[in-house]
Design a protein around this ligand. Structure first.
Ligand code: RNT
Ligand code: ZN
Length: 416
């Protein structure tokens, strides 16, 4: 049976459950996910030769890593060919492209250092999101925006301000708003003597960064919290409470990364609360295995639960979804494609749920039927709708995409 016939059957099956598959497919087509460039080169970037710092880590040594902008762009192209829909690319400031040898430090970065990225995105109709890079730099030893050294703190404030200008440049050039996410690695390995001081300095630094004028309809500044990092196990300056309160009081967005909470805490449960108090929120979808390990996003329970909270609260246009992981132990293109497609599958699954009816069952206390239906739905033919979605959007169906990754590995990656 071909894909269209199977879709038609699936459509009937879902219809009996009160779900319109055509509408679900249409909604999913409009969702753009921000694909993190840093999966392509193990978070190395191009502006510094040093190692990855900031308490994050990639492990593995799979061959074929992109080691210059052109390879990274080539790899992004390959991944995007295998992912249905139109998306965004998520850049870090460390991916600046210096031509003619004129290197600039992070505090001096300018839009022209990202001209090539704009050209790349324009040609493909992609948006760009952005991140100042407060790590992998000689001035990012333990503290950046919370540093007690005023020179270092000012250096990073200038970096933040430069990144706002660059974000506005992306949004203006591409006519697609740019989410600019601030995450700092600052923290302590051991028990702090002063928890307040670094946070007060961080707060002041953020105020100074945000005093850079910018168009709020073009740039959405977000602040990402964290619970700990490697070498910062005892104290993180940008904790959840700090970031949520700062964002709420200063008109910026909160960004929740689901690797950044205690092991039994889930971001899915936080989403509805955040939606009640914020017009927009941002996410880094990742997979933590025992810690913030940044494994590839799978089609697992928490990813599905996150998708449900976005979809059933009608918040697809209020939540900026970005992926954030870095696996160097497997083919990096495959890592991108698996994660992106899984996020989309999770959204599709949520869209193929009779959400209003399920809410009604909860509200009327019919939890028996709710459980029975929810469990039946789990074996409904989601795959047939997904395959149709892929075909309709001109990307390979089923495992066919993987054949292409293998060929690309042989032809391109292994000859690097
Ligand atoms: C680190 C944060 C942060 C980074 C990226 C590279 O724990 O999750 O978002 O992963 O900026
Ligand atoms: Zn993150």
């Amino acid at each position: 049976m071909n894909i269209l016939e199977r879709y038609k059957q699936a459509k009937e099956i879902y219809k009996k459950m009160g779900v319109d598959t055509d509408k679900a497919v249409e909604s999913l087509e409009k969702v753009s996910i921000s694909m993190h460039c840093w999966q392509g080169d193990d978070v190395c970037g191009f502006d510094n030769k040093g190692e990855l710092t900031g308490g994050i880590q990639t492990t593995g040594n799979y061959p074929g890593k992109a080691s210059n902008p052109w390879e990274l762009m080539e790899d992004i192209d390959m991944a995007m060919k295998l992912i249905p829909g139109k998306h965004k690319i998520n850049l870090h400031a460390s991916y600046a492209i210096f031509e003619d040898g004129e290197w600039a430090d992070r505090d001096k970065l300018m839009p022209e250092h990202f001209k090539k990225w704009v050209g790349f995105a324009k040609e493909r109709g992609l948006g760009i999101d952005f991140n100042p890079t407060f790590f992998s730099h000689p001035k990012a030893e333990q503290f950046t925006l919370s540093s007690m050294d005023e020179d270092i703190r000012n250096f990073w404030i200038e970096h933040g301000r430069a990144c706002i200008r660059i974000s506005e440049y992306f949004a203006t050039e591409l006519s697609i708003p740019c989410v600019m996410n601030i995450w700092i690695p600052d923290g302590l390995k051991d028990v702090p003597a002063d928890r307040l001081g670094p946070r007060a300095r961080f707060k002041d630094s953020l105020d100074k960064i945000l005093s850079q004028p910018y168009d709020k309809s073009k740039v959405y500044v977000a602040l990402e919290s964290k619970v700990f990092g490697i070498g910062m196990e005892s104290y993180t300056v940008g904790s959840s409470e700090f970031c949520i309160n700062y964002a709420a009081n200063n008109g910026i967005l909160s960004l929740m990364d689901n690797g950044h909470y205690h092991p039994t805490e889930v971001v899915s449960d936080k989403i509805p609360s955040m939606l009640l108090f914020n017009d927009k929120i941002a996410l880094h979808v990742t997979r933590g295995v025992r810690w913030d390990s940044d494994h590839v996003v799978l089609y697992d329970d928490e990813t599905k639960e996150i998708a449900k909270e976005i979809v059933r609260n009608n918040a697809l246009d209020r939540v900026f979804i970005a992926l954030d992981y870095f696996d160097a132990s497997i083919n990096r293109i495959s890592a991108w494609v698996v994660g992106m497609r899984n996020m989309q599958k999770a959204l599709l699954s949520a869209l193929l749920t009779p959400n209003e009816e399920f809410k009604r069952l909860q509200d009327t206390g019919n939890t028996t039927r709710l459980m029975a239906y929810t469990e039946e739905l789990k074996t409904y033919p989601l795959g047939d709708v997904w395959n149709y979605f892929c075909e309709k959007n001109g990307v390979p169906v089923g495992t066919d995409w993987f054949e292409q990754v293998e060929k690309y590995e042989k032809d391109v990656l292994l000859s690097r």
